[in-house]
Design a protein around this ligand. Structure first.
Ligand code: PLP
Length: 396
């Protein structure tokens, strides 16, 4: 017996494999510093939890409309004003997370043989869903020398007559890179010139340290060619609730809703009411989380940068940093994969190898700094001690 070959095209997320390895170490009695999984460390805001519980108590436990609870679709459309996007509930489809919406976008927009420009390094699920839809991912680079900011010139060079869509993720996982307003305008012009879709993954949208909040969909002529994907996981610390959405031209909402009906029927009803409370309730917890993340970012970047053989650009958004450890790898003869593996096994610090995000991640690590500063300091201390032990072991 065997599974259908189409499943062979699906890639995976390394973070889950590293988490499983870290859990094995913990089961054996070790304490592990977790910097591998990408989620905020704050609890879901209490008023959001309360709204979810209230919805359960009120019996909101039955199927919802496939496209989402009308009040939530409306609130999402309203919330988009903060990033300059004008939309109505008709443009919004709710899903159990941003990830299922990425899947829906790929299946809705990509024909077999289409080329889709995807960031390298980038969230591995993009490549996976593009291939699953029969498309061909074409990597575009993001350069460390520009703090991994979007480089539209590099993107333009890779456009061919088969190009169908561009995937952008701003702020960007794994590097924390963003785009200047000029680059965003250039991207819009490029998409229009070549008649391309933009799949804009904005799950880290408000998590940036310059207080700006923008979207390619806000630019003139872009709403009709943008499939915006967002969710509640990161901004409201709701990773386990599973709540996300897509914003698209109204004509596309109907086939995407049909896809939802075939796939998940609807998103958990009480979860949608929790999401409604998140969007319409007080935003203080989100503001405090982002303010706290800035200090954690600075602590992590400073600590890593002080280690010989590691350089770490300052990320402009998200809660990840993406240090270049190639100096260290040259000295020790390791690859970034073996470095990450040994760092976990020998020093009990869980991080991801840069190559988990594509070939351009070679020589890098991804660390999630959305954790207690005590854990950040412990991780840095363990990394430093482990590296010194390597130096001693390899001394003549
Ligand atoms: N997009 C990016 C870039 C992510 O990093 C993640 C989660 O790690 C997701 C989408 C998935 O978000 P959700 O939990 O809403 O499915």
């Amino acid at each position: 017996m065997h599974s259908a070959t189409r499943l062979d095209t699906l890639g995976t997320e390394q973070a889950y494999a590293v988490l499983a390895a870290a859990r094995r170490l913990e089961a054996a009695g070790h304490t592990v510093v977790h910097l591998e999984i990408g989620e905020p460390d704050m609890a879901t805001p209490q008023h959001v939890v309360d709204a979810g519980i209230r919805a359960l108590r009120d019996g909101l436990t039955r199927y919802a409309l496939a496209a989402g609870v009308p009040e939530l679709r409306d609130a999402i459309a309203q919330s988009l004003i903060a990033r300059g996007v004008r939309a109505t509930a008709e443009n919004v489809i709710v899903a159990p997370g941003a990830k299922p919406m990425l899947f829906a976008a790929a299946l809705a927009l990509i024909e077999p043989g289409d080329e889709v420009l995807t960031p390298d390094p980038g969230f591995p699920i993009y490549e996976s869903v593009v291939r699953f839809a029969g498309g061909r991912p074409v990597y575009y680079p993001l350069h460390e020398s520009r703090a991994f900011a979007l480089d539209v010139a590099a993107l333009a060079e890779r456009i061919t007559p088969r190009s169908r869509a561009i995937i952008v993720n701003l702020p960007h996982n794994p590097t924390g890179g963003i785009a200047t307003p000029d680059e965003l305008a250039r991207l819009a012009a490029l998409a229009q010139r070549h008649d391309l879709w933009v799949i804009s993954d904005e799950v880290y949208g408000p998590i940036r340290y310059d207080d700006a909040f923008d979207s390619i969909a806000a630019l003139p002529g872009m709403a009709e060619r943008t499939f915006l994907v967002d969710g509640f996981s990161k901004t409201y610390s709701m990773t386990g609730w599973r709540l996300g959405y897509g914003v698209m031209p109204a004509w596309l909402a109907e086939p995407v809703t049909r896809f939802i009906i075939n796939n998940v029927s609807c998103t958990a009803t009480f979860v949608q009411y929790a999401g409604l409370a998140a969007l319409t309730g007080p935003q203080g917890a989100v503001r405090r989380m982002i303010a706290g993340l800035r200090g954690k970012r600075d602590r992590m970047v400073r600590g890593l940068g002080a280690i010989d053989g590691i350089t770490c650009p300052v990320p402009a958004g998200t809660f990840y940093c993406f240090p270049d450890i190639s100096g260290m790898l040259e000295r020790t003869g390791m690859t970034c994969e073996s470095f990450a593996e040994r760092l976990l096994e020998e020093a009990h610090v869980a991080v991801l190898a840069g190559t988990a995000f594509g070939p351009a991640g070679t020589g890098h690590l991804r660390l999630c700094y959305a954790t207690d500063p005590v854990q950040i300091d412990l991780a840095l201390q363990r990394i430093r001690a482990w590296i010194s032990s390597l130096a001693v072991a390899s001394a003549p």
